[in-house]
Design a protein around this ligand. Sequence first.
Ligand code: NAD
Ligand code: AKB
Length: 314
Amino acid sequence: MEKILVIGACGQIGGELTLALRQKYGAGNVIASDIKEEAEILKGTGPFLKLDIMNAEATRDLVKKENIKEIYLLAALLSATGEKNPKLAWELNLGSLRQILHLCVDEKIKLFWPSSIAVFGKTTPRENTPQKTIIEPSTMYGITKYTGELLCDYYNKKFGLDVRSVRYPGLISWKSEPGGGTTDYAVEIFYEAIKKGEYICFLSENTYLPMMYMDDAIRATLEIMQVSRKKIKTSMGYNLSAISFSPKEIGDEIKKYIPDFKISYAPDHRQAIADSWPASIDDSVARADWDWKPEFDLPKMTQVMLENLKEKLK
Ligand code: NAD
Ligand code: AKB
């Protein structure tokens, strides 16, 4: 039986993606792996292995032993953590990708590797950022993501590797917490609204960023991996878009449910990262090529987040 391997399965996306893949392909056919201990969300749902992706030999042995034919490589340092440790961000984000690309060519494995809106920089048009535009990232995270996209494209053109990628916006979920990004405030705000009724935001009130509810992101990932390769016109990351809002706007939406909620602003080092990213994204190429369409807007996402987090935090 051909199997799927998720690397970085204990992170914000990995837990929910692993569960979705298990639902679709059968629990036993999806192996979750991470350098960390198994995350709560995964316990009892299927096979889990501790694996450091930088250990190329252990990864190759696992892939051969388990007859892995599809890999989701999610292990990475995100933007804020990456700026604190740019050397590790470069080594982990691109070291892992380089060795997985080789392995996928050798073992004829299909690969999903996520990029990010962080590929864009200050010289990129900020509104409705197109698929093809000026790309000059100013963070180490963005540099690794853009370099990674170029590597994916190279391996596709040179070796015919079936590698697929999207540029996720900031992802928001009540099931899993974010792991060191600049868009993390949009998850924290819900926790603090419920627990304390107030939130001090690390971005300024009118900082617009592209965001997406996790269910849309998981569906996009399953969809891009499922469509016929003929529909995939690029192995660089596809722009994906769903919602664009500022801290003030999401705060106002939360106030509809928690009228006394108070938000204040104390921008920190993450403000400069946010200021270098787009405010909104044009994803018409993904929509045309593989029929991508988001389902969650700001009101729907806010309602689902608050309903579920109130239960979870009881
Ligand atoms: P995360 O930080 O929550 O999870 C990453 C996981 O990788 C963690 O569980 C970590 O333990 C694991 N990991 C780290 N080093 C490892 C190693 N050496 N070997 C094995 N596992 C290791 O990240 P996430 O938010 O789930 O993001 C997953 C991917 O999606 C990343 O490539 C990220 O750049 C991309 N992405 C995420 C977002 C977002 O908003 N979450 C947006 C754009 C792109
Ligand atoms: C981050 O903020 O670093 C991530 C991303 C947009 O890639 N959420």
